[in-house]
Design a protein around this ligand. Structure first.
Ligand code: ADP
Ligand code: MG
Length: 602
């Protein structure tokens, strides 16, 4: 690619001020420089000797050679920088030059060219004299600036749709509140997208729990089996051992029996690995999919999400499916005490540290929240006294179209190509599984319209999933230079200019910021509802949070916190990161249930 550098050469000869003197100085360097020197010196009213003339000629040579060399050195630095920026082996570049010294001095140009080529041998440099650079140039710069400004405006117009105003966010909060009511109420529950599912978790840990528990964590990025040792008294605390198992794609998309046999096979492997073969322990099952729970240990899967598709599971109790698989294997028995959602596990884990923790939030592959609701509002369960944790399944917010005025064509495109089109619309605007895809769709749109990557769509850019959400985090990292952004894009097979990388970074910022703000608007609805439930002017509450996007993205957490503070000013909200909420949480809920059961038996 040719690169044009405009150079105006004036400065080094400033000492020879008037143009008359300048012209004289130039002619001094002609072949018979000494003779010319004499003429000039005489014209200046001097009476030079032969030595004076030789010396004057020599001085002129030295001054103008130094000037050409200095100029060449600076140009070489500029060329090297451009070459580095482009990451090219050889740079081909054209330098546009204007200025009388360059054009009229008999040797200046030649010396400059030679010195530049010597200093940057890995660049093919061409020098082009500009005709009236300042006049014509201004017009050209203006034309280019207009084109760039047009492109900038076009991109901003697109990004504008992804920037939500405070009023819009308040509206999202208001609509979330409406949808929460509809999910809680018996009459509207069946058709409500935000399901507000009762979890039968009514108590948080009180520190007296103890024992060994097994936990399963299914529904996150990894499937894990855990052994959790809970201690009370002076040695109060939780000790965990876990092992990650993969669930092959064919098992995720096979039959339910195959899936649960695989799970039990992993448990058997884990018990053997821990040297506990044949031991029977109470088990908590973190099952992070929307379920209709009928008791702590009965949980009907409503719908698979997040890429799972195993047949014959929707509408079934996952505890029964698990128990049947255990019986089929006839190797060990397990007491399945509790099925929990990862949000509930997260709330419980943080509740173990902080009694104010009454909300759980996940922002990882998917997004969801739970909180302690008054029993009188949980219409699906009998009883008016006390509170129960409600799994909101807020990812489905908007599935009835109530967010359509905030969704962009990019959200629609990502949704349509997903495994569950039309569902989990809020989640698809917020969580790790989708943000990268939103960014990729915007980049494709920009490129198609000639606003990015010089209008050339690479095969890589057309590939679904190349833009993982972790790249958003990396690109947005404050300590990253643009060159490193370009390295990331290069790694993704996308060749970018410096301007391209600025644009990509801006797209990432806008998409992640919107996600954090939407999440904050939802959370503001939750904490304000808790406050209103209790008729309080102000509420102090802690939200337990888990999820890689929340934990690792450089700005997500802060933007989300600010949004909650802004939209729910009467709540004093703290955020506590859970340490392995889905694993530890399942064990803690199991421990609490065992404590309550044991107390009842006594
Ligand atoms: P899960 O929600 O499945 O339990 P995690 O909380 O570990 O899992 O989240 C995994 C998701 O986090 C991935 O889908 C990925 O999109 C996203 N992710 C991974 N690394 C990063 C990162 N560095 N920054 C932001 N998001 C990330
Ligand atoms: Mg998780």
């Amino acid at each position: 690619m040719e690169q044009c550098i405009l150079v105006r050469h004036l400065a080094p000869l400033r000492r020879l001020q008037s143009s008359r003197q300048q012209t004289l100085a130039q002619s001094i360097e002609e072949k018979d420089g000494t003779r010319k020197a004499r003429e000039v010196l005489v014209r200046l009213g001097l009476d030079p000797t032969q030595e004076d003339c030789v010396a004057t000629h020599r001085i002129c040579q030295i001054v103008s050679t130094r000037s050409a060399s200095l100029c060449a050195a600076t140009l070489a630095a500029v060329l090297r920088r451009i070459k580095e920026n482009k990451g090219e082996e050889r740079l081909r570049s054209t330098i546009g030059v204007d200025g009388s010294v360059y054009k009229k001095h008999p040797h200046f140009a030649k010396r400059l060219h030679k010195a530049v080529r010597r200093l940057v041998p890995d660049c093919d440099v061409r020098f082009l004299r500009s005709e009236d650079g300042s006049g014509k140039g201004a017009a050209m710069v203006t034309a280019v600036a207009y084109r760039l400004a047009d492109q900038h405006r076009a991109r901003q117009k697109t990004l504008e749709a992804l920037k939500l105003s405070r009023e819009q966010l308040l509206e999202v909060k208001r609509r979330m509140n409406v949808e929460m009511q509809r999910g809680l109420s018996k009459e509207t529950h069946a058709l409500a997208p935000v399901k507000m599912l009762p979890t039968y978790v009514c108590a948080t840990p009180d520190g007296t729990e103890k024992g060994d528990f097994l936990a399963l964590d299914l529904g996150g990025t990894n499937f894990r089996v855990l052994l959790v040792r809970v201690r009370n008294g002076k040695r109060r605390g939780v000790e965990m051992h876990n092992k990650i198992y993969s669930i092959p794609q064919e098992v995720m998309h096979g039959t339910g029996d195959e899936l649960f046999d695989h799970i039990v096979q992993c448990i058997a492997d884990f018990l053997e690995y821990m040297g506990m073969k044949g031991v029977s322990l109470p088990l908590g099952f973190t099952f992070s999919f929307p379920c209709q729970q009928n008791s702590l240990d009965e949980s009907i899967l409503l719908k698979w999400t997040k890429g799972f598709k195993a047949s014959g599971c929707e509408g079934e109790d996952v505890v029964t499916l698990l128990k049947e698989a255990i019986h089929r294997r006839e190797e060990f028995d397990l007491d399945v005490v509790a099925v929990v959602n990862d949000t509930v596990g997260t709330m419980m884990t943080c509740g173990y540290e902080d009694p104010h923790c009454e909300v759980g939030l996940i922002v990882g592959t998917g997004s969801n929240a739970c909180y302690m609701e008054e029993m009188r509002n949980v219409e699906l369960v009998e009883g008016e006294e006390g509170r129960m944790c409600v799994n909101m399944e807020w990812g489905a917010f908007g599935d009835n179209g109530c967010l359509d005025d905030f969704r962009t064509e990019f959200d629609v495109a990502v949704d349509e190509l997903s495994l569950n089109p039309g569902r989990q619309r809020f989640e698809k605007m917020i969580s790790g599984m989708y943000l990268g895809e939103i960014v990729r769709n915007i980049l494709i749109d920009f490129t198609k319209r000639g606003l990015l990557f010089r209008g050339r769509i690479s095969e890589r850019l057309k590939t679904r999933g190349i833009f993982e959400t972790k790249f958003l985090s990396q690109i947005e990292s404050d300590c990253l230079a643009l060159l490193q952004v370009r390295a990331i894009l290069h790694h993704l097979g996308l060749e970018s200019t410096c301007d391209d990388s600025i644009i990509v970074k801006e797209v990432c910022i806008v998409v992640a910021r919107r996600a954090a703000q939407l999440c904050g608007a939802g959370m503001a609805a939750v904490v304000d509802k808790i406050r209103e439930n209790r008729g309080l002017d102000t509420l102090k509450v802690t939200v337990g949070v888990d999820g890689t996007l929340y934990k690792l993205h450089p700005h997500f957490a802060q933007v989300m916190h600010e949004t909650v503070k802004d939209l729910a000013p009467k709540c004093d909200v703290s955020f506590l990161e859970s340490e392995d909420g889905s694993g530890k949480g399942a064990a803690l809920i199991t421990a609490v249930a065992c404590r309550i059961r044991d107390a009842g038996q006594r």
